[in-house]
Design a binder for this molecule. Structure first.
Ligand code: FAD
Ligand code: DHB
Length: 406
């Protein structure tokens, strides 16, 4: 058995785990990251694409923003489309100069893995049988096997950054967590297509046949989503059927539509709202999807993960600098304030833009009125813009990282 010792044991090398590890490194704090998938799998997994202004600022301040600066696409507006018309919301004007940046989560993860490897600190991929124990003691442990050798990491703290299906949240004893949950009666079919984006900005479409979303990954790759029944088998969707449905829902009366091209990847994602509280048990701290899930309509999941780890890094730093546990004790309540606001926004965007199987004509007319109000009232547009570009961080960035520029 290999016995290791570190300050923070991090389970999961997704955005939450990698960001936390690098923030800790910048503050001279050691960590061991344990990931059960391969490096290629973690990088290739196609997921989020929208970074809030604060997440972009964080990556730059951490000194990992060079590729983001080079290849990220800054968007100052977003379209809401219904009744065959696109309505632009000028996020930057309405939010006092902020914007979102379209940059794939897999790019963020690749940049952060490169940065981690550059630090020389440990990152184990393909770890097997990962488990966490002794969470309520002062020396919790992370155990796993790697290349056939059993490892035990003795830590001061464990960060559960292992996503919704990880092992950390289920390791918390029964009765500690309150679970708040809602599932939705639909999913998203997402594709990546080799086609130049036909719009410079995202288009969220409400259509009688269901929701559709136009996004992108680069100047030559379009990312598109369709509302489909939950658990829809992807085999039911030939490439022809996908394009036919996307064009029917998205084509506007002025003739705008997505460019069609070869489909590079397709998959179906279920939709869920979920919060586990508190985000802590003893010396285990949950961050990101391990603690909460939002339906993707508001583009908040990755950004919430970043917000959590900024608070966690602040708390761990305060502990090592002063011995104070005040920040650690407040970690969950500080994060949950922002989490619940993002939950509310994501739920609102989802119910605004999707067709609900059990809706009646009253619900339909109310939704159209909501869309009409959103696209004609400056107050309503300002509210969307403020939340879409990201609500302020709960702790100042400067308290965890000195600005390192782009
Ligand atoms: P994850 O990314 O899930 O990372 C967890 C890591 O832990 C993984 O690498 C996993 O392999 C590893 N792991 C799991 N179990 C174990 C174990 N037992 N031992 C060790 N390691 C383990 N968010 C946005 O902000 N903007 C968007 O535009 C957006 N769009 C999305 C679109 C889609 C289709 C989907 C599915 C999600 C989207 N999201 C979006 C959400 C976003 O992808 C997640 O919120 C984000 O990945 C959360 O990061 P995380 O690090 O908390 O969890
Ligand atoms: C993307 C994903 C989202 O969930 C969203 O709301 C906007 C864009 C994307 O993958 O590009």
């Amino acid at each position: 058995m290999a016995e290791l010792r570190t300050q923070v044991g991090i389970v999961g090398a997704g955005p939450a785990g990698l960001l936390l590890a690098h923030l800790l490194h910048l503050n001279g704090i050691d960590s061991v990251i344990v990931e059960n998938r391969s490096r290629e799998y973690v990088i290739d997994r196609v997921r989020a694409g929208v970074l809030e202004q604060g997440t972009v600022d964080l990556l730059h301040a951490m000194g990992v923003g060079a590729e983001l600066q080079r290849r990220g696409l800054r968007h100052e507006g977003v379209y809401i489309s219904f009744n065959g018309r696109r309505h632009r919301i000028d996020m930057t004007e309405l939010s006092g100069g902020k914007a979102i940046t379209v940059y794939g989560q897999n790019e963020v993860v690749r940049d952060l893995i490169d940065a981690r490897i550059g630090t020389g600190r440990p990152l184990y991929f393909n770890a097997q049988g990962v488990e966490v124990a002794a969470l309520e003691s002062s020396q919790p442990v992370v155990r796993f096997s790697h290349d056939g050798c059993a490892h035990q990491v003795h830590c001061d703290f464990v960060a559960g950054c292992d996503g919704f299906h990880g092992v950390c949240r289920p390791s918390i004893p029964d009765g500690v967590l309150s679970i708040y949950e809602r599932t939705y009666p639909f999913g998203w079919l997402g594709i990546l297509a080799e086609a130049a984006p036909s719009s410079d900005e995202l288009v969220y479409t409400y259509h009688d046949r269901g929701f559709a979303l136009f996004s992108m990954r680069s100047t030559s790759v379009t990312r598109l989503y369709l509302q489909v029944p939950p658990d829809e088998p992807i085999e039911n969707w030939s490439d022809e059927r996908i394009w036919d449905e996307l064009l029917r829902r998205m084509t506007t009366s002025d003739g705008w539509k997505p460019n069609v091209g070869p489909i590079l990847q397709k998959s179906v994602t279920p939709m869920r709202s979920f919060v586990a509280a508190p985000m802590r048990n003893g010396r285990l701290f949950l961050a990101g999807d391990a603690a909460h899930i939002v339906p993707p309509t508001g583009a908040k999941g990755l950004n919430l993960a970043a917000a959590d780890v900024v608070v966690l890094a602040r708390a761990v730093k305060a502990f090592y600098e002063t011995g104070s546990t005040n920040w650690l004790e407040s970690y969950s309540s500080i994060c949950l304030r922002r989490v619940w606001k993002a939950q509310r926004f994501s739920w609102w965007m989802t119910t605004l833009l999707h067709r609900l199987p059990d809706e009646n004509e009253f619900d339909h007319q109310r939704q159209l009125a909501d869309l009409d109000y959103l696209t004609t009232s400056r107050a309503a547009m300002t509210s969307l813009a403020e939340q879409y570009v990201g609500l302020p961080w709960e702790v100042p960035l400067e308290s965890v990282v000195l600005s390192r520029g782009a």
